[in-house]
Design a protein. Sequence first.
Length: 244
Amino acid sequence: MTLVPSQSAIANDLPSPTELAARSAMRWANESATYREARTALLAQEIALRRQIERVAAQRRALPPGPVIRPDYAFEGDGGPVTLAQLFGDEDSLIVYTWMYGPHRERPCPMCTSMLSSLDGEALDLRQRVALAVVARSPMAKLSAVAQERGWRHLPLYSDGEGNFSRDFAGVAPDGSDQAQILVFTRRDGAIRLFWAAEMDENTADPGQDPRGAPDVMPLWTFLDCTPEGRGTDWYPSLTYEND
């Protein structure tokens, strides 16, 4: 077993974020002293955030074994029926995203669909290390139609027509509506276990914010967070735009 140094030990060996920020040689033509002072102070906070992200990721990786999961949840894919166990392929870890596109919806959730469009571009890289599956409760034909419309080429899509998997893993709200969920499963020593699931919801949201995880998995929001306009409060992604 590889021993991971404690978080406090790691922190004690590192220069402070303020010290590292002061070392930065990045400067821009015509910047004011006021801008530089504020930007360097922000840089220290960004360094601290980076370290916090690393600490949280290490804590996540160190989770003890999660609950054992039945391997025979049934899905329908492009190639026909498949079980949860088969979704792993040759990998030991499986990421599943539950897409908010249940049978009651004429169209899928725009937010989920936006995120999946970015994930399609990363799917080939992700699948070099782990298995990946996108699951929704609508029939496979509807999932494939949206994939073609959006130009997706690499996302493995599966229909959870019976809805058993979605209901058991927080992909369905108590009122029967869809919920987006990110799930990570492992297969070790013949057992499939839930390793991690996104657990931030309305009960853990901060005032004035939509429920969301951290780090946020949507590149869209990450980029907008770097702008003075930010995410805004009156705009969400759309399934179509005038200039499509």
